[in-house]
Design a protein around this ligand. Structure first.
Ligand SMILES: C[S@@+](CC[C@H](N)C(=O)[O-])C[C@H]1O[C@@H](n2cnc3c(N)ncnc32)[C@H](O)[C@@H]1O
Length: 213
């Protein structure tokens, strides 16, 4: 088994579920005012920095489009070509590219903001420092990153999803402090920490952090 098999499995899994993922999540943001609130916090911070914003692990582009509606110059990147195709089809005014956050093909200091919304949940612990080093590298001085993730402390292999389609993807739940420490180790300063649904089985963790100016 090669070291990157997990990446191939993740790509194939999201290619398989892309259409049903879009159907199932299409209305999600409209029904979750608190998530819209946290995204608005990120948008305010990114707008102040200026420059384009990268939505990394953008899926079918629902959040990308929402951020565009909040006035950001935003583009999306996703590992799954099918997700990128769907995103481009439904949001022809926005730019979407295939790529991996583990090998981010963006120039140094080129973006004011990076959003990774429920996409680092598929990155194994040993690859997180590489991902955050890329985020640090592509952000302008004083740029902001927001990470959204499942809170907990376990990893499970998801073998089907989004209407019973086959998947083979690891889903990592992490304590907020562990993710915050990874950001600090990558030279980010944490500026906000929000826990959505602390009484839920799997709360949502949101961290907004900034590079040095
Ligand atoms: C749970 S979905 C979230 C999609 C979107 N951010 C949203 O909130 O609707 C996870 C997405 O992350 C993408 N992804 C997983 N690993 C990735 C990687 N290494 N680089 C870029 N995207 C990745 C998947 O293809 C999938 O579209």
């Amino acid at each position: 088994m090669s070291a990157d098999d997990w990446l191939t499995d993740t790509r194939v899994s999201y290619d398989t579920v892309a259409a049903s993922y879009l159907d199932i999540t299409r209305e999600a943001l409209a029904k979750t005012p608190l998530l819209r609130g946290v995204l608005a916090m990120f948008a305010e911070a990114a707008r102040e920095v200026g420059g384009p914003v990268a939505d990394i692990g953008c899926g079918p582009g629902l959040i990308t489009s929402h951020l565009h509606g909040l006035g950001l110059d935003v583009f999306g990147i996703d590992l799954s070509p099918r997700m990128v195709e769907l995103a481009g089809h439904h949001h022809p005014d926005l730019r979407f590219h295939v790529g991996s956050m583990t090998n981010l093909d963006l120039a140094d200091d080129s973006v004011g903001g990076v959003l990774a919304f429920y996409s680092i949940i598929h990155i194994p612990d040993h690859e997180i420092p590489t991902v955050l080093t890329h985020f640090q590298r592509v952000l302008r001085p004083g740029g902001v990153v927001m990470l959204g993730f499942h809170v907990g402390d376990r990893t499970r292999l998801k073998t089907e999803g989004y209407g019973g389609h086959p998947m083979s993807v690891h889903v990592h739940r992490r304590p907020v402090e562990r993710v915050a420490d990874w950001l600090r180790d990558a030279d980010f300063t944490i500026e906000a920490q929000v826990l959505i649904g602390p009484d839920d089985d799997v709360p949502g963790g949101m961290l907004i952090a900034r590079t040095k100016s």
